[in-house]
Design a protein around this ligand. Structure first.
Ligand SMILES: O=C(O)CCC(=O)C(=O)O
Ligand SMILES: [Fe+2]
Length: 451
């Protein structure tokens, strides 16, 4: 074995989990006390004094809102069993609010993102969730490849219920704006910023009005390698990985470390349909994904974003025919393109992908799983014998590469989903899953590099 369980565990635990959101509360500044609103046909702008909100004005604002729709593919749907809330577009309201002065961008940059990654925000909508309003589970519709999340400001109008739940397979987080605002001694604004590919929902408001301003968040430019000079403290993952690289007992002949990206990333549907290599993902990584990538770069390791194709999943989706023996858990392919399986014949997934995307493009990962198949090997292994198959630039000349996964790789969906629920109707971008493959050079090379 070229990597011990202990080494792998040490690396895994050094990544440490981060949460996909931040929340807090800031006092309402004197210049932000008034929300102006109005909509075609109404007489002049109305005002809501946020320091001393009058119920009649809150009711009027609620009345002037349009019913909030949500997106299902390109359709804007009004379905009050899915989303019941009022919305006002940006041209119909105004409020002087300086996020910078409230230090909200600073918090997003340092607590949600990794080390002050530059980003920008765009005001998107005002929403009024009155009694009985809610928004069922959805992901925020990506409006570009650089969009990473949403920021919701909750204005100081009292309400109960309307908690925002954020949910992954492992965990649920609750942000209760009503309770938070009720605890403040002065009128305050609650905020929550989260990664938009994390499923979330707004529970029904029990009483009062939950009035929100929603912003879309976008990365502004590509990140720099995470240099020590930028980070105030060296991250444990960097210390651990750097330490292992100096250890002759760690992957002595080199190897591939895999990180199944924790988050999903927007991909343009056009490029997905064309089966293009997705270039944008590496520039827009979030949370732990960004951390692992930036630390690898700072240690001068080559790390590539790839798509993982889990053969068992593909078989389940009906794209491949397998007999029971071939369908081994954990056997997968890695490639840079998001493949299309539309014209797959009966030649087998691996051969099909190589013929369409190129010989060197498709890498068979997790060969240890495969070795269990040795007895049943098909004609694939003829290629192995000649060495032509697995000796590609991507494997650094290694045969039968094995990927040591720090986190489970997630299968890329074989097809563009027919139905996707979001908070906006559009279908230019969809979320996709990827992994990061870090190439660890052999010990001799690592040692020479250091010298
Ligand atoms: O109001 C919130 O907390 C979240 C709203 C939301 O998910 C959306 O508008 O997409
Ligand atoms: Fe949302």
């Amino acid at each position: 074995m070229s990597i011990t369980n202990e080494q792998l565990e040490k690396l895994k635990s050094a990544v440490a989990t981060r949460v996909p959101y931040i929340s807090g509360v800031v006092p309402l500044l004197p210049q932000s006390t008034t929300l102006f609103f109005g909509r075609g046909g109404t007489t002049g702008p109305r005002q809501l004094n946020l320091r001393n909100p009058e119920d009649a004005q809150v009711q009027l604002l609620a009345k002037l809102c349009e019913p909030a729709t949500f997106g299902r593919n390109q359709e804007d749907l009004l379905d009050e069993t899915y989303r019941k809330a009022g919305k006002m577009d940006v041209e119909n309201f105004a409020m002087s609010i300086d996020l910078g002065q409230l230090q909200i961008p600073e918090k997003i940059g340092s607590e949600l993102l990794v080390h002050g990654r530059p980003f920008r925000w765009e005001l998107y909508k005002l929403n009024v969730y009155g009694p009985g309003s809610f928004f069922k589970a959805h992901k925020d519709t990506p409006r570009s490849e650089a969009m990473f999340g949403s920021l919701v400001l909750v204005l100081p109008i009292s309400h109960k219920g309307g908690e925002l739940l954020l949910r992954t397979k492992e965990e649920v987080w609750t942000y209760d704006s009503g309770a938070t605002l009720a605890q403040q001694n002065e009128p305050s604004i609650g905020y929550v910023a989260f990664f938009g590919d994390i499923e979330h929902e707004v529970l029904p408001v029990e009483s009062g009005h939950r009035i929100t301003l929603t912003y879309n968040l976008f990365f502004a430019q590509a990140p720099e390698p995470l240099a020590q000079s930028v980070a105030s403290v060296v991250h444990p993952f960097e210390t651990t990985l750097a330490g292992l690289m100096k250890d002759p007992g760690f992957l002595p002949d080199g190897g591939l470390i895999g990180w199944g990206l924790k988050y999903e990333y927007p991909v343009s549907i056009a490029s997905r349909r064309k089966g293009e290599v997705v270039e944008s993902v590496s520039k827009n990584l979030k949370g732990e994904d960004e951390l692992v990538a930036r630390i690898s770069a700072s240690l001068h390791l080559e790390a590539e974003i790839k798509v993982y194709i889990d053969l068992k999943e593909l078989w389940r989706d009906g794209y491949a025919e397998f007999d029971d023996d071939t369908c081994v858990d954990g056997l997968g392919l890695l490639m840079r393109h998001i493949p299309s399986f539309d014209s797959i014949g009966d030649e087998g997934v691996y051969h099909y992908l190589r013929s369409v995307y190129g010989y060197d493009e498709v890498l068979r990962a997790n060969e240890s799983a495969r070795s269990r198949l040795e007895a049943n090997d098909s004609d694939d292994d003829m290629d192995d014998e000649s060495g032509e198959m697995t000796v590609t630039p991507q494997t650094g000349g290694r045969k039968r590469p094995e990927v040591w996964w720090l986190s489970e790789p997630t299968h890329v969906c074989a097809e563009v989903p027919i139905v996707s629920y979001g908070n906006e109707a559009q279908l230019d971008f969809i979320y996709s899953r990827f992994c990061l493959i870090i190439d660890i050079p052999p010990y001799a090379t690592r040692k020479n590099r250091e010298a």
